[in-house]
Each structure stands twice: as structure tokens, then as C-alpha cells.
Write a new protein. Structure first.
Ligand code: FPP
Length: 253
């Protein structure tokens, strides 16, 4: 990991709250919004925005990795996105394969590990195969964890977790008294991952849209009007820098 970015200042004795290298968010989550508007502004079909947005991912993954971020979770396809026209859904669900076809060798070189959260069962075979291949190829990498949220919805995730908790209670594998926040978290897709420290949403919208509702209880939010296809490494670094100025209190003082 290199820490050559100028905003990772070393703490001086006199600067009590100056951000240090330890302030790099371990887990950054991004709602990549604005692809459709980006395309519309250029008189292009919406899918052109998704295609452009796909290419931005590799730049931000590299920036995250270079900055010392450990986990980058990207909201690529939500459980609500099925409401879009079939052709658009079909196009978005082909992007993982295209992305991996173009960038997997580069991701391997950068020691990136690919993971997913979401219900993959109902995705097209070609999407599942591409993702399974990338996971298998990168499973021993221990650099940045690039985590795609695919067919992900927080309410479904929490409800599904609750069902499995109840099944385990019924099967006497779990005592209801043993259930606490930490144990419940193990039933979520994000089991084993730290909660996001920083959540970025592009395109001027300021809502969570069913993304990581449980996990973002103490997450710092950062919003920009920039549309996702125009998002770049410098803007990402601005978000990290902004995060480094914040003081997280987790309900304390
Ligand atoms: C939101 O913009 C974007 C999406 C629903 C799709 C995001 C997908 C990508 C950026 C590419 C995914 C690539 C891989 C490798 C998984 P929008 O269409 O809602 O934009 P709008 O609000 O301007 O209409």
C-alpha cells in the first residue's frame, strides 16, 4: 500500500485534531448515481451512462487501494432496479462480465479481491458465471476488497436474516437470549466486513435508497452533485480528506 497522497498528513504535536494516516476510512461505500442524467445531457441513451460509469469504477478502485482503503462497496444493482425497462436491466447486468473481461488482469496486479453482497440466485447465468470466476481468481488476494452490491436491498437482507434467525431458533441451534446486534450481523450479507466508515453518493441526491441501512448506523455521509460518470480520483480524494476532518463520536461526547 502506498501513502503518497499529500492529504495524509502526519500528526504534529501542536495539531491535536490533524488527520493522520489512521483516519483513512477502512470501508468506503458508494451509491453511484447519475448515469442516466449524464447520458441525457449528451443526447445519448441511458445505457451510455452506465457504460461510462463502469469505466470510472476501475479508477476509483485504484484510488481507494492507493489510499489505504480496505473495503470499497459499490451499489451496482438494487432490488428496485428491476423496475427499469428490460433492455436497461439487461445492459446493466452484462456490465460485470464486461468490466471483469477488461480489468480483471489489472485488478489481479493490484492484489484486489472481488466479493459481492446481494441475492445472486436470480441473476442471469452470464452474470453469475463472471462473478464466480472473478471471486475464484482473486480469492487469495489480500489487497483492496472490491465488493459489488448486486441485486442488493437492505430491507430484503434484514428480512431474510430475520427468517434465518427464526429457523435457527426453531431448530434449537440458537437461543433467543443469545441474539444481540453482533450475532444478528452475522446473518447479513456483510458478515465479516466492518461497517462502512464513509458513504458517498453522487448526483446531488441525498438518500440511502435501501443501501446498507443496518450497517450505516454510524457511517459518515458525503454528497456531491457530480454525476457518477464524471466522478474521478480527485473528487474521491476530496471525500476522503473531508472524512479526515470529521470527529466521530458514536453517540458519546
Ligand atoms: C444509477 O444511475 C446507476 C445504476 C442503477 C447502475 C450503476 C451501474 C454502474 C455504474 C456500472 C456497474 C458496473 C459493474 C461492473 C457492476 P441512474 O441510472 O439511476 O441515473 P439517473 O438517476 O441519472 O437516471
Amino acid at each position: 500500500m502506498s501513502f503518497k497522497l499529500p492529504f495524509f498528513k502526519t500528526k504534529q504535536k501542536s495539531e491535536k485534531d490533524t488527520p493522520t494516516i489512521e483516519h483513512v476510512p477502512r470501508h468506503v461505500a458508494i451509491i453511484m448515481d447519475g448515469n442516466g442524467r449524464w447520458a441525457k445531457n449528451r443526447g445519448l441513451p441511458r445505457i451510455a451512462g452506465h457504460k461510462e460509469g463502469m469505466d470510472v469504477i476501475k479508477d476509483i478502485a485504484k484510488a481507494a487501494s492507493d489510499s489505504g482503503v480496505e473495503i470499497l462497496t459499490l451499489y451496482a444493482f438494487s432490488t428496485e432496479n428491476w423496475k427499469r425497462p428490460n433492455a436497461e436491466v439487461d445492459f446493466i447486468l452484462r456490465l460485470p462480465k464486461e468490466f471483469l473481461h477488461h480489468y480483471l488482469p489489472d485488478l489481479m496486479r493490484h492484489n484486489v479481491k472481488i466479493e459481492t453482497i446481494g441475492n445472486l440466485d436470480v441473476l442471469p447465468e452470464h452474470t453469475k458465471e463472471a462473478v464466480a470466476y472473478a471471486k475464484a481468481q482473486t480469492e487469495n488476494n489480500d489487497g483492496l476488497l472490491l465488493n459489488f452490491a448486486l441485486n442488493y436491498g437492505s430491507r430484503f437482507e434484514i428480512m431474510d436474516a430475520m427468517k434465518r434467525v427464526m429457523q435457527d431458533v426453531d431448530a434449537l441451534k440458537l437461543s433467543i437470549d443469545a441474539l444481540d446486534e453482533s450475532l444478528f450481523s452475522k446473518y447479513l450479507y456483510t458478515d465479516g466486513l466492518t461497517d462502512p466508515d464513509l458513504l458517498i453518493r453522487t448526483s446531488g441526491e441525498q438518500r440511502l435508497s435501501n443501501f446498507l441501512l443496518w450497517q450505516s448506523a454510524y457511517t459518515e455521509f458525503w454528497f456531491t452533485d457530480v454525476l457518477w460518470p464524471d466522478f474521478n480520483e480527485d473528487i474521491f480524494k476530496n471525500a476522503l480528506h473531508d472524512y479526515q476532518q470529521r470527529k466521530r463520536r458514536y453517540g458519546g461526547i
